[in-house]
Design a binder for this molecule. Structure first.
Ligand code: 99T
Length: 204
C-alpha cells in the first residue's frame, strides 16, 4: 500500500487527494498525518522527504516521491479510469503552465503566511509580503484574462491546481478579497468547488 504524508491544511496535498478521488484511486493510498513548519519540522516526514515538506508519497516498490507535481504525474500514470489529467499533444504544455501558475500562487501565498505566522512582528517585512502578493495578484489577473477558456474545458491537472490555489486564498488570505476584480474566475470557482472531490477536501 502506498502512504501519503498528509495534512488537511496543505493545498499541495489537496491536489493529490483530488486527483486520487477523480480517478477512483483513493483506496490505493493510506494517509499518514504530518504537521510542521520551516522553523519546527514537528512530525514532518523528514526521513521520507529531506526537504521536510508534504505531500510525500511512499511506495512499496520504488523511491518516495515528492513534490506534489511529481506525485500527481505519477498517480496519473496508474489511473486506468477517469479524465486525461495530462493531455497529449501541444495542449500538455498549456496544462503544465496553468499548473505552474497555480502552484506559483500557492508558493507566494504560503511564504506570506509563514512570514506573518512564524516570524516575530518586528522582524516581518511588509515590502516583502506585498511583493509576494503582487505575484499572486498578477497571476490571478492572468487567469482571468487568458485562461478562462482552458479552465472551462475538460478536467486537467491545471484546473485542479487552480481550484486548490483559490481555496487556499480563501482559507488564509480572505481579507485580500481576490474575487473583487475577477468575475469570470469567481464564477468558475463557484462551479468547480461544487465537485465532490473539492467538497470532500476543505482546508481545515
Ligand atoms: O516548508 C516547510 O517546511 C513545510 N511546509 C510544507 O510542507 C508545505 C505544506 S502547505 N508544503 C509545501 O511547501 C510543498 C511545496 C512543494 N513544491 C509541492 O509539494 O508542490 C502548508 C500551508 C499552511 O498550513 O497554510
Amino acid at each position: 500500500m502506498m502512504v501519503l504524508h498528509h495534512s488537511p491544511t496543505s493545498p499541495y496535498v489537496r491536489k493529490v487527494m483530488i486527483l486520487l478521488m477523480e480517478s477512483g484511486m483513493s483506496d490505493q493510498v493510506e494517509l499518514s498525518a504530518a504537521m510542521g513548519t520551516p522553523v519546527d519540522p514537528g512530525t514532518m516526514p523528514i526521513g521520507a522527504n529531506p526537504l521536510g515538506k508534504i505531500p510525500a508519497l511512499e511506495r512499496p516498490d520504488g523511491c518516495t516521491l515528492y513534490d506534489s507535481r511529481v506525485i500527481t504525474r505519477y498517480l496519473a500514470t496508474l489511473a486506468t479510469d477517469g479524465p486525461a489529467f495530462y493531455p497529449d499533444g501541444p495542449r500538455l504544455w498549456e496544462v503544465l503552465t496553468l499548473e505552474a501558475t497555480a502552484d506559483g500562487i500557492l508558493d507566494a501565498a504560503i511564504l506570506m503566511r509563514y512570514e506573518t505566522a512564524l516570524r516575530p512582528e518586528a522582524a516581518q517585512s511588509s515590502a516583502w509580503i506585498e511583493g509576494q502578493w503582487s505575484k499572486v495578484d498578477r497571476a490571478l489577473d492572468t487567469l482571468e484574462a487568458r485562461w478562462m477558456g482552458h479552465l472551462s474545458g475538460p478536467l486537467c491537472i491545471g484546473q485542479i491546481a487552480v481550484g486548490c490555489a483559490l481555496g487556499y486564498l480563501d482559507f488564509r488570505h480572505d481579507a485580500r478579497n481576490w474575487r473583487a476584480t475577477r468575475p469570470s474566475l469567481t464564477d468558475w470557482y463557484e462551479r468547480f468547488s461544487q465537485r465532490p472531490s473539492m467538497q470532500a477536501t476543505p482546508p481545515a
